[in-house]
Design a protein around this ligand. Structure first.
Ligand SMILES: Nc1ncnc2c1ncn2[C@@H]1O[C@H](COP(=O)(O)OP(=O)(O)O)[C@@H](O)[C@H]1O
Ligand SMILES: [Mg+2]
Length: 344
């Protein structure tokens, strides 16, 4: 047989970790890195004290994703049912309804996971009088969707709310939905996220019925709503069942322990620390309600900063108690109405 001999020259360079110098230099590098890390952290902390870094938000709706916590199950549940059903979210004041609606708006805008394409529109009904109701709805629709000039011109909607009624609204909604259908191959769902629906309780029955017929019949294919408020009036004179009978009702409540702990710690992670007892104290005093959690954190961190420290102590939380319970949970007016809450 044939025999072939080949010569290969192999030069093998030592891998970097095989060199004699690796261990000591890696050690030095690790120590160096650690040292640098500590220095960086110390600098970061000092700067945070100087700038009075306090990222908690207590009062205004939370719009930033970094400060939004929890609500995963609720979000999932809404995504699951919203193509079939409109929903009513109820919950006490400052439990997080408005914050959740803003969150939902982002989630629905980004949602790609179904045969439906959502076009969410946020509507705040606070202070909207009955005669301006449908105009207020359409006003937000027009503003949020960036309609084409052609569609815009086909609407009855004008900047002034004079005499714009449910019929005008239906007419315009039709045109809006036609345009949305051109924008996507998926099934169109215009999703009205309507906050502060408690004002509907003050409106006449006629307008409530009108609302019902718009959602239940005329546009049921392409229109869904998520309403939120403290509660809805249950007693109407009419025989016809009111709009909310067709809505799934979900109550929004406080956080789980895990969600609450994340809200306490994550916003200041890498900058400030909490003594474990301080965290426990906040969890207990806040009853896991997001507003109270944030409020306790704002005050406790402020006190810590005033003292030039970077760890929140349980004494900071105790000191915050007075401020949170009196000026916080209840506004001054409510505090006067409900003194039992204050002393708790
Ligand atoms: N998901 C959340 N994550 C973090 N903080 C929240 C959340 N929801 C509510 N909060 C806190 O509660 C406060 C009130 O929330 P908001 O949405 O205005 O309540 P509501 O609309 O029910 O009155 C906010 O300022 C914030 O401190
Ligand atoms: Mg609100």
């Amino acid at each position: 047989g044939l025999q072939r001999t080949e010569m290969h020259q192999v030069t093998r360079r030592l891998r970097f970790y095989e060199t004699a110098l690796f261990v000591p230099s890696a050690g030095a590098a690790a120590v160096g890195l650690l040292g640098t890390g500590l220095v960086v952290q110390r600098v970061r902390r000092r700067r945070a004290i100087r700038r009075r870094f306090n990222p908690y938000i207590a009062g205004a709706p939370v719009l930033e994703d970094e400060m939004f916590f929890g609500r995963e199950k609720l979000t999932q549940r809404l995504l699951n049912v919203l193509h079939h059903n409109s929903l009513m979210i109820t919950g006490e004041r400052r439990i997080g309804k408005t914050t959740f609606l803003y969150h939902l708006k982002k989630v629905l805008t980004a949602d790609e996971g179904s045969d439906y394409r959502f076009f969410p529109v946020f509507v705040d009904l606070q202070g909207v009088p009955e005669h301006g109701f449908f105009h207020a709805l359409m006003s937000d629709v027009v503003e949020a969707l960036g309609l084409t000039p052609a569609t815009r011109e086909s609407l009855r909607f004008l900047p002034q709310p004079d005499s714009y009624d449910g019929r005008d609204f239906s007419h315009d909604l039709q045109r809006v939905i036609e345009e949305l259908k051109v924008r996507t191959d998926k099934k169109v769902k215009l999703a009205l996220l309507i906050d502060e629906v408690d004002v509907l309780n003050e409106y006449s029955e006629r307008i409530n019925q009108r609302l019902r017929s718009i959602f239940m019949k005329t546009f049921s294919e392409n229109l869904v709503a998520v309403m939120s408020g403290v509660g809805v009036k249950r007693t109407w004179n009419s025989e016809v069942s009111p709009w909310y009978n067709f809505f799934d009702e979900i109550e929004i409540a406080g956080f789980t322990r895990e969600e609450a702990e994340a809200l306490i710690k994550r916003p200041v992670a890498g900058v400030f620390r909490y003594q474990p007892e301080a965290v426990e104290r906040i969890l207990a005093l806040s009853q896991l309600k997001p507003y109270l959690l944030q409020k306790f954190c704002v005050h406790a961190v402020n006190r810590m900063l005033e003292d030039g420290r970077t760890t929140v102590r349980s004494t900071d939380v105790e000191a915050a108690r007075h401020a949170v319970m009196f000026e916080g949970a209840l506004g001054p007016a409510e505090a006067a109405e409900a003194p039992t809450h204050v002393s708790a």
